[in-house]
Design a binder for this molecule. Structure first.
Ligand code: KIV
Length: 307
């Protein structure tokens, strides 16, 4: 085999390898290359160290510290209240648990809308202070110049169009977007504008399946769907939704892969019952002292005479 072919093979392997057991860190070019190879991308959110370890161990390719932190973890009503500092705090914890997946920090509301300079600075904070590999932000054509500025600063950007929860108030609530021909075409324009601005991937949230299909074939970067049908190049779900840990009803697009709320309730009730009955702690959970040491301790009420 020629030296050129050996090098080509090595490069090809390094940009496409997908084995979940492969310990090498996934890169941005690798994620983009999977679209050409028709290999689907699995992405989930994570907000803390222990779940970060689990999603990484499961072979999930992309992990997002989503601004859904606001509602999923902090108990807020929507996503607009979460701050840059809170996002960084959680992203740092997730970073410590991730060895292989590509890690993305989600830009919170008002961290990138006011000016391009502020956007670049805040995007940079995710890489400098939390060690994420890339950032994500919401918006299409209106945010394209900002995206270009961030990418030119050397920071990989994932776009997010369709239902953009930070603008839920303007959109009139959490509604499917692109349901008529005009708004569907707007979404296609948004996606191509983001691609031209340099994004490496685009989240499509709550978009009709055939519109997602059109967007997916209109751009060369992978689309990652959430409530956007099966044609997307990858899928993303909020971790707590897929694990059945979300309080209240989940949106229709969620598939629950476990019912952890029920498991956790069972465990907590059993613990409480064991404490009430004195079954916990048992001998196996307790520590001992040698008899010869214990005998030296006067029983309660018997004081040693003072010398
Ligand atoms: O914040 C988030 O969880 C998200 C995903 C749903 C894409 O933006």
């Amino acid at each position: 085999m020629s030296l050129k072919r050996i090098v080509e093979n090595a490069v090809d392997k390094s940009t496409t390898s997908r084995t979940p057991n492969e310990s090498r860190q996934i890169t941005v070019p690798q994620v983009t290359s999977w679209k050409k190879r028709d290999e689907k991308i699995a992405m989930v959110t994570a907000y803390d160290y222990p779940t970060a370890i689990l999603v990484d161990r499961a072979g999930i390719e992309v992990v997002l510290v989503g601004d859904s932190l606001a509602n999923v973890i902090l108990g807020q009503k929507g996503t607009v209240g979460v701050t840059m500092d809170e996002m960084i705090h959680h992203a740092r914890a997730v970073r410590r648990g991730i060895e292989r997946a590509l890690l993305i920090g989600d830009m919170p509301f008002l961290s990138y809308q006011a000016s391009k300079e502020e956007a670049i600075r805040n995007a940079g904070r995710f890489l400098k202070e939390a060690g994420t590999d890339a950032i994500k932000l919401e918006g299409g054509r209106t945010i394209a110049a900002t995206v270009r500025g961030i990418v030119e600063a050397g920071i990989p950007v994932m776009g997010h169009i369709g239902l953009t929860p930070q603008s839920a108030s303007k959109l009139g609530g959490y509604r499917v977007q692109g349901k008529d021909a005009g708004s569907a075409q707007d979404l296609i324009r948004d996606a191509t504008a983001l691609e031209s601005a340099g994004v490496f991937s685009i989240v499509l949230e709550c978009v009709p399946d055939r519109v997602s299909e059109r967007i997916t074939s209109a751009v060369s970067v992978p689309t990652i769907g959430i409530g956007a049908g099966p044609s997307c190049d990858g899928q993303v779900l909020v971790l707590h939704d897929l694990l059945g840990l979300t309080v209240g009803d989940s949106p229709r697009f969620v598939k629950r892969y476990a019912d952890l709320s029920e498991e956790i309730l069972k465990a907590l009730r059993a613990y409480r019952a064991d404490v009430a009955s004195g079954t916990f702690p048992g001998r196996e959970h307790s520590f001992t002292i040698l008899d010869r040491e214990f005998k030296k301790i006067p029983p309660p009420g018997i004081q040693k005479p003072k010398v």
